[in-house]
Design a protein around this ligand. Structure first.
Ligand code: GDD
Ligand code: MN
Length: 364
């Protein structure tokens, strides 16, 4: 039993490492081969969903105002779901002070979740490009222009960003997690498309978004699932290497925040792996990412349980492996990895009784 456990743990660590090393060597150095059109200047609708964002909303609107994209080609829709901290009032005041920019505020009477709100806002959107912009992120001033430029390539259907965590303390763990994941996002994008998108900046061609029926209101990872559906339509969904945004990381309840995100990604992969006609270049990416999110964490869990049982039988191998596993926790990348695995395991279990489509507001 102890040897089988060691083998399972070996597979658990070896597969993602092999995938990482493979994509870094093979896919990451590939050229983008995009056909960009410098003169592409479509009308853009930025949808900013809010639920109790009074602390951040003004700075976020200022941040969007500071984008170097022409103001007459930009419209912002703030869709607020019954905030009780004065968020919509701040938005109204801001809109009055910036009347040269089109801003629509929609106030929902009940909170039914982010995706529901996005779909509601879509009905009022006039842009050729729809960009989702969470309240707790900050874009560099050329972020929108960069995203639009990439969408000028007719084969690209959707574009998202890389994330850099903002905040003290816990942002360190989040940072090392991001370094690993960002490499995968870029490499997958170069190979074809990435199945993981970020709502902090997720830009879609409006006609494609309509084609796929908008955002799924029963899956938490609305951004990733929608991007994947656009890939199934034959368009690419990519994250380029030079589109970085800053994201606020909660100082408290960091783990429950991570677990909820894990739950949402699990929901996305469970649904996306059921799709039949998947472009072949994307199928392998979807399969391996699906495996990494749905199956791989459990190899570690099963291995740990087997080793604990083997301890009862005084197995030297179990003692040695568990000691090594614990000692490695002093090593940050390993600790970060284990944290991510625990979030995926707890997330899968939580998904059995709650989908967290409407989630608790975290203090950032
Ligand atoms: N209108 C509306 N209604 N907005 C909401 C609701 C809601 O019920 N719930 C959350 N929001 C807004 C927040 O105010 C914020 O602007 C944005 O949606 C994202 O919410 P966060 O609370 O910041 O969530 P997150 O950063 O942890 O979520 C991340 O993962 C989600 C999937 O798990 C982001 O990448 C999201 O974009 C993604 O959907
Ligand atoms: Mn957020």
């Amino acid at each position: 039993m102890d040897l089988l456990a060691v083998a399972l743990a070996g597979v658990h660590f070896a597969l993602p490492l092999a995938y990482y090393l493979y994509v870094k060597a093979r896919w990451l150095p590939k050229p983008w081969n995009l056909k960009l059109d410098e003169n592409y200047r479509p009308k853009v609708t930025i949808i900013l969903p809010t639920y109790n964002e009074a602390k951040l909303i003004k700075a976020r609107l200022d941040n969007l105002y500071g984008q170097d994209y022409p103001k007459n080609l930009m419209e912002i829709i703030v869709i607020d779901s019954n905030s009780n901290d004065g968020t919509p009032e701040i938005v109204e005041r801001w809109a009055k002070q910036h009347s040269e920019l089109t801003l629509k505020l929609i106030r929902e009477e009940a909170r039914r979740g982010k995706a529901h709100a996005l779909n509601h806002a879509l009905k009022y959107a006039n842009g050729e490009i729809i960009v989702i912009a969470d309240a707790d992120a900050f874009w560099p001033s050329d972020a929108l222009s960069k995203a639009v430029m990439i969408l000028s390539d007719p084969s690209i259907g959707a574009v998202s960003c890389l994330k850099r965590p903002l905040g003290s303390g816990i942002a360190g763990v989040e940072g090392s997690y991001r370094r690993y994941y960002n490499v995968l996002r870029i490499a997958e994008s170069k190979a074809y498309s990435t199945p993981i998108f970020h709502g902090e900046l997720a830009a879609f061609k409006a006609d494609l978004l309509k084609d796929v029926g908008g955002f799924p209101s029963d899956i938490g990872a609305d951004d990733s699932y929608t991007a994947t559906k656009i890939v199934l339509k034959g368009f690419r969904a990519i994250i380029p290497e030079d589109l970085w945004i800053d994201e606020k990381v909660p100082e408290e309840n960091y783990l429950s925040w991570r677990i909820r995100r894990a739950q949402h990604l699990i929901q996305h992969f469970v649904m996306s792996l059921r799709f039949r006609e998947v472009p072949s270049k994307f199928r392998r990416i979807l399969l391996i990412e699906g495996y990494l999110h749905l199956v791989n964490p459990w190899l570690l869990a099963v291995a740990a349980i087997m080793l604990l049982f083997a301890l009862l039988h005084h197995s030297i191998i179990a003692v040695a492996t568990l000691t090594l596993g614990l000692m490695l926790l002093t090593f940050k990348p390993y600790r970060t990895w284990i944290t991510a695995q625990l979030c995926l395991i707890v997330g899968a279990i939580r998904n059995l009784y709650t989908k967290e489509i409407v989630w608790a507001k975290q203090i950032k």
